[in-house]
Design a protein around this ligand. Structure first.
Ligand SMILES: [Zn+2]
Length: 288
């Protein structure tokens, strides 16, 4: 490992450890890049997985890749509307490690100032049961639901990554999203320590797309698609729009423009179509 990377990793460990013990102070300190201007910030929305290797399958057989793409496109629309006009959706093809390693490199080539990888979640095989859905026998687990955020302290900008994760976690909480806890379980394949439990932020140093990133980088699992009720909620356009607005608001918190951020108003749908919360965050607007 080059010395520069050693130093970055050690500095990151220190900053993340401090941040994890005092999230409020970290939030205060972890502003976005100084002088950040929304119109100039290249936000790369990395669509998790590829058409060839599409990630998890949902309880009814949907491909994770398709859900990731739909959510990334919704986020891009809201980000552009909020003034982040240089936002780009980044799609990747192929398979294996090369496609993973290409992501942060391509993001750097296009001048990304923030890398946000978009995913939907599954659970360990031990929790899966089978049922018949959508014409086939499929696997599901209703045990876990909710979102997760991951940061790596091996990336080049761990403190700013954590700062963005804190702001996104806040905005997700404000629309009624709750984190899942299953990545913290002490079992093989999980065991990801919380950096901030209430906001669902984990440390996951070895995630390739994060540890190779030259810019602040966060991976967002928007929900558990093997959970049957959660899948019904996730596929609703209102869910995507509401989450996309939360991400756009988090961008504005992290990289403020001249205007104060707009109030975040949306209604998060329940699995069967109602609203989880009728109250927008600031009590204004919100007819959607
Ligand atoms: Zn994924």
């Amino acid at each position: 490992m080059p010395l520069r990377h050693h130093l970055a990793a050690r500095l990151g460990a220190t900053l993340l450890a401090a941040a994890a013990t005092a999230p409020a102070a970290a939030l205060e300190a972890a502003a976005g890049p100084s002088g950040c201007r929304p119109a100039d910030l290249v936000v790369v929305l990395d669509v998790g997985h590829t058409p060839e290797q599409s990630g998890s399958a949902s309880a009814t057989g949907r491909r994770e890749y398709d859900l990731n793409l739909a959510l990334a496109e919704a986020i891009a629309r809201e980000a552009v509307a909020a003034g982040f006009t240089a936002t780009q959706v980044m799609k990747t093809t192929g398979s294996g490690r090369p496609q993973l390693e290409s992501r942060s490199r391509r993001a750097a080539e296009i001048g990304a100032g923030l890398f946000l990888s978009i995913h939907h979640d599954a659970v360990q095989d031990r929790y899966l049961k089978t049922w018949f859905a959508n014409g086939a026998t499929r696997r599901y687990s209703d045990l876990f639901a909710g979102h997760s955020l991951f940061v790596s302290e091996l990336g080049a900008r761990p403190a700013e990554s954590f700062g963005f994760a804190l702001r996104l976690g806040d905005r997700l909480q404000s629309i009624g999203m709750r984190p899942t806890r299953h990545h913290n379980e002490p079992i093989p394949g999980e065991n990801r320590p919380f950096l901030d439990e209430a906001r669902g932020i984990h440390r996951y140093d070895e995630l390739i797309v994060l540890k190779t990133a030259a810019m602040p980088a966060v991976l967002f699992e928007a929900g558990v698609i093997v959970n049957r009720a959660e899948e019904r909620r996730i596929v609703r356009p209102e869910f995507r729009r509401c989450v996309a607005r939360a991400v756009a608001a988090a961008l504005a918190d992290w990289c403020p423009g001249d205007k104060p951020p707009e109030p975040l108003a949306c209604r998060m749908p329940t699995p069967d179509g109602g609203a989880l919360s009728e109250e927008p965050e600031t009590g204004t607007g919100g007819t959607e």
